[in-house]
Design a protein around this ligand. Structure first.
Ligand code: NAD
Ligand code: MLT
Length: 528
């Protein structure tokens, strides 16, 4: 089936070439829609790709009944309601690396233009003036650049500032002394940075904690004649506070690529001669636009092929190596969950997933998500998926615990899933046998060896002569062909289980007949 992809912001045509080449995808470019138009159109689409203009709000997501993936061709996902996407099981991917270089270069371009008043001088010469007095600038050499937020772009800016012989001091909650030393920069608290810097540039995401990070109080701490650069996100700087600090003569100038409201041209900051600005151009280079569009296109293609995506935003990302180790267990993990949910359909209080053997050395979160998805699927159907499985479990008050041990008796790897209910606990264990594929090896305390596929009958019975024969005869009468059969028991004459794989679905009336046979306690039909 062909999946429909809507691209609602302008993207590099070269960058989306991989999408266009894919026969399973129909790509529609439809930009500059009003929110109302987009809300009317989105219902038709399986994927949406945006830059920063399209506001992917909760209301839009609620209309997007077929949407499965949102791709953000860029870093910042503040234009996407991530909570709403996660709740609706929509995966969000971005392209975090593709525009790092361009954004860092733009920051340095703004820093230099600000220091030397290049845009103001150009405007003046354009107006026919040869004015050399009004545009005396300052040097960068030996000045201190304060960087707040030392992630991908912050680090690149630090390298380039060192090239200008600037001293660099940075604050980032993840910045260690060792990393600062390696970069040849100083580090301190936000206040330290504010107090000593001649230029301050911010490179954090826009979060609750970073909104108005530079406010009145922050400006008061700064040096006289400090210069400010924001090529990250509007809102990190309180624009009113910045305006006041410039008018008061505390701040000598500001270079802004981003604004609290975008697009917004009639801003009083823009009327100040000390302010230079660009309309959110940090990532606007041929190279960056191609690179982010390629990255996001590749992830959208992988997603529809059922492969792991490289840059998930609302799922933990993993290294390729770790993914290669756990990916073969994806299907088994989900099937263990499905199987268990068929054994016991009463509210779960807790899910314990035990990983034993080699698996315990890896990040098993994708397996946990798949198991939880399998467990919830019985009651939630397609409403549950990898993205929202854990969230839904949380919302239902089900605790999900992962346990790991590198020792595993008899198996190289073993996954055991246990559900705790107020009517008792149930367990199932499975493994991947080298060269033979997945097996269910234990159900509750019964040792079995079953390939988890097709139609299964799980029958609890008393270990008595004739019990197995009666089941076989009844299934034959009902034209149900047995493919394989496994029996496990706790002791001779005690409780036992039959795991029967059959070629066709077993109807409810056949189940009822089976349940009435003597020595049969319970019959469950499981489709895997
Ligand atoms: P990143 O995730 O690599 O780095 C962000 C850093 O900010 C992280 O190291 C994080 O620890 C730090 N941080 C978070 N909260 C902080 C706080 N309270 N104080 C100090 N540091 C804090 O992101 P990035 O790729 O470097 O992007 C940085 C910013 O630039 C983002 O806002 C992104 O959206 C923006 N961006 C803008 C453009 C543009 O066109 N102007 C282009 C690309 C990226
Ligand atoms: C980003 O976050 O990647 C930038 O804002 C670039 C953009 O999308 O224009």
């Amino acid at each position: 089936m062909v999946s429909k992809v809507l691209i609602s912001d302008p993207l590099s045509e070269e960058g989306i070439y991989p999408l266009r080449q894919n026969e399973e995808l129909e790509v529609v470019i439809d930009v500059n829609n009003s929110p109302e138009d987009l809300a009317n159109k989105i219902i038709d689409y399986d994927a949406l790709i945006v830059r920063s203009q399209t506001q992917v709000t909760r209301a839009l997501i609620e209309r997007a009944k077929n949407l499965k993936i949102i791709g953000r061709a860029g870093v910042g996902v503040d234009n996407i309601d991530l909570d709403a996407a996660t709740e609706h099981g929509i995966i969000v991917v971005n392209a975090p690396d593709g525009n790092t270089n361009s954004a860092a270069e733009h920051t340095i371009a703004m820093l230099m233009a600000l220091a030397r008043k290049i845009p103001q001088a150009f405007r003046s010469i354009q107006n026919g003036q040869w004015d050399r007095k009004s545009f005396i600038g300052v040097e960068l050499k030996n000045k201190t650049l304060g960087i707040i937020g030392l992630g991908r772009i912050g680090v690149e800016v630090a390298h380039r500032a060192k090239g200008q012989r600037m001293n660099v001091i940075a604050y980032d909650p993840f910045l260690t002394e060792e990393k600062a030393k390696k970069l040849g920069i100083d580090f301190g608290s936000v206040e330290d940075v504010l107090r000593v810097a001649d230029f301050i540039t911010v490179h954090t995401p826009l979060l609750k904690e970073t909104r108005h990070l530079l406010d009145d109080k922050a400006f008061q701490l700064m040096k006289e004649n400090v210069r400010i650069i924001n090529c990250a996100r509007g809102g990190i700087i309180d624009e009113e506070a910045l305006y006041n600090a410039i008018v008061a003569g505390k701040v000598a100038g500001a270079a802004l690529d981003v604004f609290e409201m975008e697009p917004f041209l009639d801003h009083k900051l823009l009327s100040l001669p000390q302010v230079i600005a660009t309309p959110h151009l940090g990532a606007s280079t041929v190279e960056a636009q191609e690179s982010v569009a390629v990255d996001v296109s590749k992830d959208v293609i992988s997603f529809f092929k059922g492969e792991a995506v490289v840059n998930p935003v609302n799922l933990p990302s993993m290294s390729k190596e770790a993914l290669a180790k756990v990916a073969p267990f994806f299907d088994l993990a989900e099937k263990l969950g499905v199987f268990l949910s068929r054994l016991q359909n009463i509210p779960m209080l807790e899910i314990n997933i035990h990983y034993a053997g080699e698996l315990a050395n890896y990040d098993v979160r994708p397996l946990t998500r798949n198991t939880v998805k399998g467990l919830l699927k019985r009651n939630l159907g397609t409403h549950v998926n990898d993205v929202n499985a854990k969230l839904l479990a949380d919302q239902f008050g089900i605790k999900v615990n992962e346990h790991k041990t590198t020792t595993s008796k008899g198996f190289l790897n073993l996954m055991t899933v246990e559900i705790i209910t107020d009517k008792g606990n149930r367990r199932i264990a499975g493994t991947l046998l080298n060269g033979l594929g997945p097996r269910i090896v234990k159900v509750d305390d019964y040792v079995v060896d079953v390939i988890p596929t097709g139609h299964l009958l799980f029958i609890k019975h008393r270990d008595q002569p004739g019990a197995i024969g009666r089941v076989g005869t009844l299934l034959a009468e009902e034209q149900v062909n047995i493919a394989t059969m496994q029996v496990g028991r706790d002791a001779a004459g005690g409780d036992a289980v039959m795991m029967i794989t059959v070629d066709n679905h077993v109807e409810p009336k056949e189940v009822e007949r089976l349940k009435k046979l003597s020595d049969i306690y319970d019959v469950k039909v499981i489709a895997l």
